[in-house]
Write a protein that binds this ligand. Sequence first.
Ligand code: CTP
Ligand code: CA
Ligand code: CA
Length: 670
Amino acid sequence: MSSPNLLESSPVSLSSQRRRKSAFTYRQLAQLATSTTSCPLRVIAHIDLDAFYAQCEMVRLDIPPDKPLAVQQWQGLIAINYPARAFGLNRHVTITEAIKQCPDLIMQHVATWKEGDEKWAYHEDSFKNMATHKVSLDPYRLESRRILATIKEHLPAAPISKVEKASIDEVFLDLSTHVHGIMLERFPELKGPPPYDDPTEQLPRPPTTALEWQTDALVDLDSTETEDDDPDWDDVAMVIASEIVRSVRAKIFEALKYTCSAGVARNKMLAKLGSAHKKPNQQTIIRNRAVHHFLSDFKFTKIRNLGGKLGDEIVAAFSTDTVKDLLEVPVEQLKKKIGDDTGTWLYNIIRGEDHSEVNPRTQIKSMLSAKSFRPSINTLDTAVRWIRIFVADIFSRLVEEGVLENKRRPKTLNLYHRQGAQTRSKSASIPMGRAMDETLLFDIAKGLLAQVVSEGRAWPCANLSLSVSGFEEGVTGNKGIGGFLLRGDEAKAISAAVREPSEVRNPETPPPSKRRRVEESGIQRFFGARQESSGGNSEREEQQDFHMKDEIREAHSPFDVPPSAQLASDDTPKAHAEMQSGHSDDDPSRYTCSRCNSTLLVTEQGEHDDWHFAKDLAADLAAEERTNTAAREQSRPASISLSTQPKGKGRGRPPNVVKAEKGQKKLQFG
Ligand code: CTP
Ligand code: CA
Ligand code: CA
C-alpha cells in the first residue's frame, strides 16, 4: 500500500549539519506506538465523502461522474454534486431556480417510507406526497456501512489503527501505531534503545532527504519555517500517514466508486479542517510546521464549538473574530473573561492543540425515528400512522443489527411527544419473553401514545419521536429464550409474515395488563388503528394534518452525530455543551448549532433543536433505565412501566441531561 520511494535523496543542507538531533525524544516515539493523545508525533486523518448523498445516487443509478445531479427532498435540494456546484447550485436554491441555472440537472428524490409499505422505496411521485411519506435515509446509511467496512478491511485491526465513524459520511483514523510500525521498518535506526537508556534523549534526525508528498495539498508553512528546512520525524510520520490515507481512498474508489477528501494532521480538529480545505477528491496535509499559519487564516468562529454563542461572546469580549488577533491575548486574560476552563481550552485550541481521542464506537446504542409536524397534527389516527412508520423504520434497522438472530436486542422503547412548549416522554420495557417483531413494538408504542393522550393536552402535536435504547448482547444457552428466538431465514420469513396487518398472523397478542391499561384509558380503538390507518373516510381530513416537513437528520447517522457536526463527541469543556445556538456571522440565512457545530439553515433550526432535544431525552431515559432496571424487572409482565417527564421548558437542553462516558459525549442513535 505504501510507496517504497518515500524518501528521495537530496543534497545535505546546512541546517541539518547544524541540527544533527531530532526535536523529538525516544519517549515521544514510544508514545507514537501507543497513540498517546499528547504525543507530538501523533497522526490523525479525517476522511469525508464528497457530496455524499449525491454520490450515492450517482453510484446507484450508474450516472457518469461529469453529469450534474442533486438529491431532492420534497421541494428542496439536500445534496449537490460537484458538476452541479459548478453551475452555482447550493442547498439554498429552490428546484425552480436550480433548473433555470442548470437545465440538464438530474434531480433524484430521496427514498421514502410510504404509509402501509413494508420497506422504503424510491417512489417516482414521492415529492408530491409529503403528507403520507416519510424520508428514508437508509440507502445512504447502507452505503456508509459499506464504505466503513472497506476502510476497516484496508487497515490493520484495532488497536494498530483506530477508526471512528463520525457521521454518515466521515471517519477519523488514528494512524499513530500503524505509522510507528512502518517507521521502524523503514528506519531501523529508530529501533535501538535510547543512549544511556534515557528516554528523554533526542532521536537521531531522519536522513536528509526530500519527502515525497505526491499529490497531496500541502498547507503553507509557518513564517518561521522554510521548505529548505530538513524534515523531522513528525514530517516523516505525516508522509507515511498520507500514503496510507491515499491508498485507503484509492481502495474506496476501486471497490465502491466513491470519491472522498481527507485531512492529515496531528489531531482531530486540524484533520477535520484539513479534509474540508480542498474538495473534491483531494487530501490536505497540515504539517506541524504549518499549523499556526493554517489556523491564523481562519476566523475562530469556524472552529468547532466556537460557532455559536461562546464564539459570539469571545468576539464581543476581545473585539475580534480572527485567530490571529486572539493569539495575542495572554491566557490569564482569556481565563479572566471567559472562565478558567474555557479560557484554557480556547488558548490551546487556537494553537492547534486538541487531545481528543479517536474513539472507535462500533455498537449502536439506540435508534431514533422522528417527525416534526408543520403545522401540528391534531388527531390520534394521524399520530398512530406516524408511529407505525417509525416502528417499521426502527424495526428494519433492528433487523440489520441482528435482532432476529438475537445478537442484540433493545430493552426499552421511548416515545416523545411535543405539544406547545411541553415535551413529554414515556418509556416501556420491551418484554424479553416475546419474539421481537414490528407488531410487538407497534403495540407498545401505541400504548405509550395512549398514555400521553389519556393525560390530556395531546393536541396539537408538533413532534413525535420514537426510539429504542438499552441494547443488550444476545443471550445464549437459555432454553426459555431460545424457544421463541428464531434464527436467520426462518426468523426473517416470520417477520415478513407479521408485517401483514392481521391479528391472526400475529403470533402474540398484547400482554393482558397492557390491554387493560389502554382500555381503562378509554381509547381502546388504538389497538385497531393499525387496520384502520390504511384507508377510511378520515383520510381526507387528515391530509390537512400532514403538511409537515420531514426531519432530514432524524436518521442521519448510525451514530449520534447530526450532519456536518462530526466533532460533537469530542471531549470539550462542559461549558461548550451548554451553549445556545447562534447565527452564522457571514450568512444570515444560516446558523451554527453550538451544541454540535453543524451549519444549518435558519429555517431548519426548529427541527434541529428538536433533534437534540429528543436525543437528550433519550439519554435521560437510558440513564433512568439503567438505574431502574431492577424495579422494572419486577413490574413485568406489565411491560409498560411508564416514566413521564414533563419538560416544561420545551426546546433547548433539558435540565438533567445525562453525562456521557468520558470521551463520548452523547448516546449513539441508529
Ligand atoms: N446533509 C443533510 N442536511 C444537512 C447537512 C448535510 O441532509 N443539514 C447531508 C447532505 O445531503 C450530504 C451529507 O449529509 O450529502 C453529508 O454532508 P456534508 O459532508 O456536510 O456535505 P456533502 O454533501 O457530503 O458535501 P461535501 O463534499 O462538501 O462534503
Ligand atoms: Ca461530505
Ligand atoms: Ca460530512
